[in-house]
Design a protein around this ligand. Sequence first.
Ligand SMILES: [Zn+2]
Length: 371
Amino acid sequence: MAATRFLSNARGPAAHDSMSAPADIDSIRAAFTADLEAVTSEQDLQTVRDRYLGRKQGAVVALMKSMAGAAPEDRPALGKAANLLKQEIDAALTAQRETLASTARPAGAVDVTLPGRPLLFGQRHPLTSIRESVETIFEAMGFEILQGPQVEDDYHNFEALNMPPDHPARDMQDTFYLEREMPGGTGVEGSPPATLLRTHTSGMQIRYMEIHEPPVRIIAPGLVYRRDTPDLTHSPMFQQVEGLLVGEGVTMADLKGTLVSFLQRFFDADTQVMFRPSFFPYTEPSAEVFISCVFCKGDGCAVCKETGWLEILGCGMVHPALFEKVGYDPERYTGWAFGIGIDRVALLKYQVEDIRLFYDNDLRLLEQFPH
Ligand SMILES: [Zn+2]
């Protein structure tokens, strides 16, 4: 504090010893006037009072004591001048104390003249916004939203989805294993691990069908994990939404109609949708779904690698083997399923180049997204 610094540069009483008394009176008055101007608090005021009127070290008291050495004929005039100075200083200090008291605020009181602090509002993470948009659209179409365990067992993540232990499709999904043995411990060398971090939310299809009879209309959003080396488009943790619809007489046309309707509501009403044959162990037939590039509208650009199309999700008709696992009659019921990556959609929708940015929690990036 400037005032404190100034006051600590003390012109102490010792400095006055060598001066003549009248010169001391003027210099003490000048020094006091300067010190008083710098006073901003009660504490400053006390420091100044001690410096000039203090009994032991006060400059005025020291001045009076020094008069013993003055010529006898000068003493009355000097004494009178010194007394006047003392009264003057005392009055000035009292006046200053009153001024301070009249402007002082009680401790803890709010100073309404200070500028306000800006309020920081939180907002949805872009991945959460996208997931909620997907949920809203499917909810409006009558789908139920399910949450399930991220630590999944081998049966629900692979085996019941038509991927037995030796199935080559397991290699497509590098898995974080948590336990190395089957439940119940067969102890057989090479037997599949019992628990893992789910590689997709597809296991929720099985979990739901095990305890519900058709008709089924669900989506299962959530985090999934794969042993991918992080790069621009891969993260070891990402978000997926799985969808499943089962009933009597459900066809690929229902799948197509539902997904086209979803994609056109989610992106743009004029979004073109293309289905291309593909392979997944748990659907037959299977398809990859592409949308017309949201950036170039199909003309070709760097994002779509000049093709005009962007791959957006995978889907297909539920493989009859899944129905057999959960006790549904595959002759009576048919269904379809799809899986969409939230992070991939977010990369496309927001034109973010690096998926890792979504997990860095850098507010400079996150604050840019609508919520
Ligand atoms: Zn494009």
